[in-house]
Design a protein around this ligand. Structure first.
Ligand code: ARG
Length: 281
């Protein structure tokens, strides 16, 4: 693990806000099918390495003062470790995912049950919706991705369900098939993204709404640098990202690099393994 602090001095002072996350231990992690370009079932995967990388992330989040809860992994659902896809949770209400591919559909009842048992007001989405993989909260708005997984109409369903403005964005590169592989929320209304992952219209929209956004280069995006978890100060990113740590430090954030290469074989990194639970405001 590579940890760096803000040595800049002149950069903005950042404050971490304690978060509440839901994670799922990769007990059954494997790449036995392919539903995104990162997944190659002929390449060997190690459940043990996946587990140890996941545990490093888990322990780091706890160490940073966040509350982490766990949903029981289910045999036969190797992608359940990517808990960001399980739901979108805002104002104490969970809209549970409806997955695009059959291989993941059985995850929905497991997530729904977890939310109900733990006292959250939860419902399953009517339209294809892959949870926080495609729906990211910034300030008062929800940024929503489509193009590969969540269907465009699901954006209206989310707007209706949470009563928040939803800004639809179109993803165009199949390596960045979920919004959280192309864009990350760093602080209330500060984001970073990989412009190349978006359609020209969506790029224009992002430029207009977020003129000061941090723009990632292609190399950092390709190691899943955009799949970051930020608490407003600490930003957990893949340790393979090169320029990103400096870019973050310049803005006063504290980048923390971790190795998630085993879980990347399934097409996910730190953010994919972390679902934020937002209580009633
Ligand atoms: N193998 C999983 C899939 O293709 C990876 C999901 C990654 N999750 C994410 N939030 N981007 O569905």
């Amino acid at each position: 693990m590579r940890q760096s602090s803000n040595a800049g001095g002149s950069a903005k002072k950042r404050t971490a806000r304690p978060r509440h996350y839901l994670m799922c231990e990769p007990t059954f992690f494997d790449v036995s099918y392919s539903i995104n370009p990162w997944m190659d079932p002929s390449r060997p995967t190690s459940t043990e390495r996946g587990l140890s990388q996941w545990k490093t992330l888990h322990d780091l989040l706890v160490e940073l003062g966040h509350k982490v809860e766990l949903v029981e992994p289910v045999a036969g659902l190797p992608d359940m470790v990517y808990s960001a896809n399980g739901a979108t949770v805002v104002d104490g209400r969970a809209l549970v995912a409806r997955f695009r591919y059959e291989q993941r559909m059985e995850e929905s009842p497991a997530y729904l049950e977890w939310f109900r048992l733990h006292g959250w007001d939860a419902e399953q989405a009517a339209l294809v919706n892959e949870g926080e993989g495609d729906f990211l909260c910034t300030g008062d708005v929800i940024l929503a991705g489509s193009g590969f997984r969540s269907e465009p109409k699901s954006h209206d369903e989310v707007q209706e369900f949470f009563g928040r403005e939803v800004i639809g964005l179109t993803l165009v590169d199949d390596r960045y098939y979920h919004l959280d592989t192309a864009l990350a929320v760093l602080d209330d209304d500060e984001i970073m993204y990989n412009p190349e992952a978006f359609s020209p219209q969506s790029r224009a929209l992002l430029e207009e709404r977020f003129p000061d956004a941090l723009l990632a280069d292609a190399a950092d995006a390709a190691v899943f640098g955009m799949n970051a978890v930020s608490d407003g100060r600490h930003v957990i990113i893949p340790e393979q990202a090169e320029r990103l740590p400096h870019q973050l430090r310049e803005r006063g954030f504290e980048p923390i690099g971790i190795d998630m290469t085993e879980l990347l074989k399934g097409g996910g990194s730190a953010k994919c393994c972390t679902l934020e639970l937002r209580a009633r405001a």
